[in-house]
Design a protein around this ligand. Structure first.
Ligand code: PLP
Length: 405
């Protein structure tokens, strides 16, 4: 298996990109879907921003280094990777905050309708942000399992909010079909692309999506807590009004007027002063993804995950796969259900194979293809097989839950 893996690595068109990341020695990193690896260019870029732009040029850098436009600039770079136009995307705030802004905007655009529809088991923050608005009396949360979503789209639904690639199972929604169904019912759609952006091709405009949000620190390798991004379809840019009317979203922030007037474009999604250090790191990650291309990334991640499954099966490992078996029906991850998923995950981490655990019983492996090799798949499968065979996960040390799982 290892030999076959090495042959595949030799023929891998993305093989030179591993060098562009700082992948720690002795680690097989299968968690790039949670926190992407550090691009080697990032520390250098941050050093430059800190020492020259901040340290030497100080306040002048808002103009001279283009800080003031950095959110928009990164938005224009993310746009083609998610099927959007350059003026429809902006990098700002966190995914959670962008959800709040865009759910609110959508509700205001559908007066007389109050329901935000989602699925149970959607990423918690998506559901909680709807709940927060519900507590303020601004909406009513409705959850329907995926097979019942189309039926739940009645005349009360203002917005359908879904995560394109499910964070636990990796299952993909049919973005075009659901967007169409929502529009037929008179509702708007907001797609959470956190596990899709930078991992697989997304065609927001091809699907006629209304709104989208996504994460900067997962497949975009922007670093811990990196700014997120938000998309508003061009046809809604005029009507969409977001509630966090901070000065940076003003049409003329430096006019210092007493009254708020939203910027005409997607800049209206800005709220406060942008975090330049975070944005600078994000830009490096986005540039790398753009250089490689999302089509090539997805193709390789599918090959990696299929090869991983093959290695497991050749080692006789039988695990309950909760991700779709068809690679076209899932994002860049594989998830398995096991009662001892937590302890198994810890035992693997002790061996240098970093995947993650999702409560209550999911063992999740992400395949960020820019820096993973087929060799890593063969080795990870070997470690997993050994952990299961030896039962080493039963050690007490692997059962202690840390704060972040
Ligand atoms: C990771 C993730 C988020 C993260 O939101 P933050 O505000 O960055 O913490 C949101 N939604 C989904 C679907 C995610 O996977």
């Amino acid at each position: 298996m290892l030999e076959r893996a090495r042959c595949l690595d030799v023929g891998d068109p993305l093989k030179e990109f591993r060098e562009r990341f700082d992948v720690p020695e002795g680690v097989i990193y299968l968690d790039g879907n949670s926190l992407g690896c550090l691009p080697k260019a990032t520390p250098e870029r941050l050093e430059q921003v800190v020492r020259e732009e901040w340290g030497r040029d100080l306040i002048r850098s808002w103009n001279s280094a283009g800080w003031i436009d950095l959110s928009s600039k990164i938005g224009t770079k993310i746009a083609p990777l998610i099927g959007a136009r350059a003026d429809e995307v902006i990098a700002c705030d966190s995914t959670s905050i962008n959800l709040f802004k865009l759910i609110s905007a959508a509700l205001a655009m559908r007066p007389g309708r109050k329901v935000v529809l989602s699925e149970p088991g959607n990423f918690p923050t998506d559901l909680y942000m709807i709940e927060g608005l519900e507590r303020q009396g601004l909406t009513e949360r409705r959850l329907a399992p995926r097979e019942a979503l189309a039926d739940a789209l009645d005349g009360d639904v203002a917005l359908l909010l879904l995560t394109h690639t499910h964070y636990k199972t990796g299952e993909l929604f049919d973005m075009a079909a659901l967007t169409h169904a929502a529009h037929e019912a008179g509702a708007l759609v907001l797609w959470d692309l956190s596990h899709s952006g930078g991992a697989l091709p997304v065609d927001l405009n091809g699907c006629e999506a209304d709104f989208a949000v996504g994460c900067g620190y997962k497949y975009f390798n922007g670093g811990p807590g990196a700014p997120a991004y938000a998309f508003v379809a061009e046809r809604h840019l005029k009507a969409a009004r977001q509630p966090l009317t901070g000065w940076m979203g003003h049409a003329a922030p430096f006019a210092f007027s007493d009254d708020y007037k939203a910027a005409p474009g997607v800049e209206k999604l800005l709220c406060g002063t942008p975090p330049i250090l975070g944005l600078a790191a994000l830009e490096v990650g986005v540039d790398l993804v753009a250089e490689i291309g999302v089509d090539r990334l997805y193709e390789k991640s599918q090959a990696l995950s299929e090869f991983f499954r093959q290695c497991l099966s050749e080692r006789g490992v039988v695990l309950d796969l909760v991700s779709p078996t068809d690679p076209d029906a899932r994002g860049s991850q594989l998830s398995f259900r096991h009662d001892e998923a937590y302890a198994i995950c810890q035992a693997l981490i002790a061996r240098g194979v970093i995947g993650d655990f999702r409560d209550p019983d999911i063992l999740r492996f992400g395949f960020a293809p820019a820096y993973l090799r087929f060799e890593d798949m063969a080795e990870a499968a070997r470690h997993l097989a050994e952990v299961l065979e030896t039962g080493e996960w039963q050690c007490a040390e692997f059962r202690q839950r840390a704060a972040v799982t």
